[in-house]
Design a protein around this ligand. Structure first.
Ligand SMILES: [Zn+2]
Length: 65
């Protein structure tokens, strides 16, 4: 999938699931770093943009802008 035009509020799937078993993450902040929140346990993780796009598998759902 080449669609990596992620934006804030999108729900994405990463290459590796969160240890809680969930693999849906919502993008809650974008900048130099991307902050995503696990939709299973609400844990949030900050990743450098480059690392995020490397670990991103696909966009599940587009958020409202
Ligand atoms: Zn989780």
């Amino acid at each position: 999938m080449s669609d990596k035009n992620f934006e804030i509020n999108d729900v994405v799937e990463m290459k590796k699931a969160h240890p809680c078993g969930e693999n849906r993450w919502k993008i809650i902040r974008m900048g130099m770093d991307i902050r995503i929140k696990c939709q299973g346990c609400n844990h949030s993780v900050m990743l450098p943009r480059k690392e995020f796009s490397r670990k991103l598998k696909k966009i599940i759902e587009k958020g409202e802008q």
